[in-house]
Write a protein that binds this ligand. Structure first.
Ligand code: AMP
Length: 415
């Protein structure tokens, strides 16, 4: 399939060519025709699948074709794209600038955390497409800087992250101000019940597109499984950090509370780390991310949703402190290491409660993750171990009651 076969206009084809895009990604191939036909869309796709182009290209094309013959050169707001974070908003706005550069379409972006003067000026000049984070948009709406009278397209991006960050009331307030006659597109990486029911209230008669995350090139990511008792997880993490001394580690926790707890316990061990998750405001998340990216801290602890969409690639190590419930999430997590020809390591902690999740991960990746027994906190008392450890490995298993320093690891911490 080529972009031309998607019936895109030459102005856009030329821009895509300039971007170096040779062919549409699956989400683009499936979504562009639906959006061009004027249908509402519910799409399940993650950042990195090319979803920005999937919604913005057809919107640009529709706006361009509908404005042909209109010589007024007036730019009235026709499309609103809501996204949860400032980084995503900036990224989307830049992509739209690129895709529309051979048209007369104007776009801009508004987000919080900065003074609003420049943003208001850009809006006054007139825009066709506005990318926004919810809080700042509501502020500007309340001050009368925004009119939705001519709005035809509404995109809700990263819907599950929006809910996770507590934006639901803001979103409802914004949607309440939009014209009822509009085309709505809804993008979410996961489809929990809350998203499905929200989409029913926002979308009209919609079509659905689902894109499974791509499998990372597992060859470049070395994967290891550490069998550990739940209460020894933090000790094992400290051991790994002290042994490997990695320069950049992303530790995944299943819950926000868990992420905070890991950071607290690491700090008790004089290891500096930061957490990012949906309960932290934008400023705190950005700050944590900045110091991690600058190398001032080596360890970032995150929930899946908070880690998504932010560019923390080229990690040396990914630690699945908690195995994820969704096998696809595992693939997505480990894909953050071993990029750009660097070799990466992904270590997963597995407790007796994780066996079902482990099985579905191994089914998805079509391989057994190698168990590494060379660690002092190995849980050798459980039956589930027997399922996973070969007899050869079993014979080499060290005694778990002592770690390398001779400390009794079970008593090192009490929790
Ligand atoms: P997104 O999922 O929208 O954040 O896009 C992820 C990355 O893929 C961005 O860097 C895009 O520039 C790039 N991209 C999007 N569509 C294509 C395409 N058809 N061919 C090559 N790269 C693409």
């Amino acid at each position: 399939m080529t972009f031309k076969e998607l019936h895109l206009i030459p102005h856009i084809l030329k821009a895509l060519d300039a971007q170096g895009y040779e062919q549409p990604t699956p989400i683009q191939e499936q979504s562009i025709p639906i959006v061009l036909r004027g249908k509402d869309l519910l799409a399940c796709a993650q950042t990195g699948t090319g979803k920005t182009a999937a919604f913005s290209i057809p919107i640009i094309q529709n706006i361009f074709l509908n404005s042909m013959g209109d010589d007024s050169n007036e730019h009235k707001l026709k499309a609103l794209i809501l996204t949860p974070t400032r980084e995503l908003a900036i990224q989307i706005d830049e992509s739209i600038t690129n895709y529309s550069k051979f048209t007369n379409i104007e776009n801009t972006v508004v987000f919080g955390g900065v003074k609003q003067g420049k943003q208001v000026k850009a809006l006054r000049r007139g825009v066709d497409i506005l990318v926004a984070t919810p809080g700042r948009l509501l502020d500007l709406m309340r001050q009368g800087h925004i009119s939705f009278r001519d709005l035809e397209y509404f995109v809700l991006d990263e819907a599950d992250q929006m809910l996770d960050m507590g934006f639901i009331h803001d979103i409802r307030s914004i949607i309440g101000e939009l014209p009822k006659e509009r085309q709505s597109l809804f993008f979410s990486a996961t489809m929990p019940d809350s998203i499905v029911s929200l989409s029913r209230t926002i979308l009209g008669n919609f079509q659905t597109v689902t894109i499974k995350p791509e499998q990372p090139t597992a060859e470049r990511v070395e994967q290891k499984l550490y069998l550990v008792n739940r209460r020894n997880k933090i000790n094992l993490l400290v051991y790994i950090l002290e042994t490997f001394e990695p320069k950049s580690v992303l530790v995944f926790s299943r819950t926000k509370h868990g992420a905070d707890k890991i950071v607290k316990m690491l700090r008790e061990d004089k290891i500096s780390a930061e957490a990012i998750h949906g309960d932290k405001n934008q400023k705190k998340r950005q700050k944590a991310l900045d110091i991690f990216k600058s190398g001032k801290i080596q360890i970032l602890v995150a929930t899946d949703i908070a880690a998504r969409g932010i560019d923390v690639s080229n990690l040396e190590l990914v630690v699945n402190y908690d195995l994820p419930d969704e096998a696809e999430t595992y693939v997505h997590r480990i894909g953050r290491t071993g990029r750009a020809n660097a070799s990466g390591l992904a270590i997963s902690f597995c407790t007796s409660e994780d066996v079902d999740n482990l099985r579905s991960i191994e089914t998805l990746i079509k391989q057994k993750i190698k168990v590494d027994n060379d660690q002092p906190y190995i849980d050798d008392g459980s039956d589930y171990l027997e399922l996973h450890v070969s007899s050869e490995q079993r014979d080499r298993r060290p005694r778990s009651s002592r770690n390398r320093n001779g400390r009794n690891n079970n008593n090192r911490r009490r929790r």
